[in-house]
Ligand binder design. Sequence first.
Ligand SMILES: [Zn+2]
Length: 364
Amino acid sequence: MRRTVLILAVLAAQLYGEPAFAGGPPKNGIRWARDFDEAFAEAKERHVPVMIAFVQDGEAQNDEEPAVVYPDAKVVKASRALVCLIASRGTAKDHGEVSVTEPGSKSRNVCSKFGAVSCNEHQKIETLAFRQYTNGSINTPCHIFASPDGKEMFRAEDYVDSAALMRLMKQATDKLGPGIGAEEYEQLQQTLKDGESLFATKAYGAAAAKYLVLSAKALKIPAVDRARDRLSEIDKLGAAEITAADQKTQAKDWVGAYSQLARIAVVFKGVRAEKEARARLADVEKNPDAGEAHKLAALEEKARPMIAQAETLMQKGQTDKAEALYRKVIQSFPATPSASIARDRLGIGEPPATPPKAKDGNPK
Ligand SMILES: [Zn+2]
C-alpha cells in the first residue's frame, strides 16, 4: 500500500502552499462517469466493459497517469469504447475544483486533477469500488476491468503508459464482444430526446422520423424500445383522427372533415395517416356539395407554405423564427387548419367560434 506516501505528499503540498493542479481540469480528457451504479447501467445498455482506475495522490507513478496518460488523445479515443470510472480519495482541497457549464445543463464543479467528475463524486466511486474490488488494500495505480454485471475480468496492478493502457482496453472490449461506442450511444440518446420533444408538441410526423432512425437499429436498448412504442402510438393516434374525420364526412360536415384532414396531412407528415388523409382530401375537393369546404381550402392553400416553413424551422431548433411564423399564420388565416396547428405548437387554445367584436370592428 502506498497510502502513507500519499498522505505525506499531500501534507507537504499543504505545508508549502503549492497550488493544486493550477492548470485546471484536462480539456477533452477521459469522460469519467459520475456515478458508480449509473456507469454499470450504461455499460449494460451498451454491452461494454467498465474500467475502474484507482489512482492515489502525491506519488510519482500515480501522478503520471492523470498528468500524461489519461489526457493522451489516443487513450481518450480508445476509452470511448468503455465506461470509465476514476476512484480517488483526494478531496476538493487536495485537487482544486472549477465550475463548468455544459450546454443544456446547470453549472457544476469539476475536479482539476481528473476532470469530468467532482472530487466528491470520485471519492464516492472510490469507496464503492474499494469495497467491491479489494480485500482492504490495493497497490496503485491499478486498472480493473469489469464486465457490465460487475464481475472482474482482469486487473493491472502497476503503472501503465498510454500504449499499455490502450492494450488493456482492447483486451477487455475484445473479450466482451461488440458493443455500442460512446459517440453512437450519445447520438441515440439525443435522437430520442429530439423525438420526445417533437412528440410533446404533437408534431407526430417529425417525431416519427426521429423514432424511425432508432427503430431501424438492431439494438436491445431502452431508447430503441421506446421509439418502437412511440411509432405504434403515433399510428393509433393517426388512425383515430382519420376515423373522426370520416364521421364528419358521413354527417356531411364538409368543412369539419376538410379541416381535420388538412391538419392530419401536416401533423402526421411522412406516416401512414398523411397518405390516408390526402386521399380523403381529394374526395372532398371533388364533391360538388362541399362548397364551403372549398372556400376554406383556398385559404388553406395560402397558409400551407407558411406552416410548412414554420414546421421546418421548429425541427431545426430555430424556435424563435418558427414561433413568429406560427403567429403570422394565426393572424393572417385564423380559420384555417394551419392556424389550428400553429395554436397547438404555441400552446394556445382555439378561439371562441364567433370572436366578440369591439366598437371599431376589430376583434378584442
Ligand atoms: Zn478531485
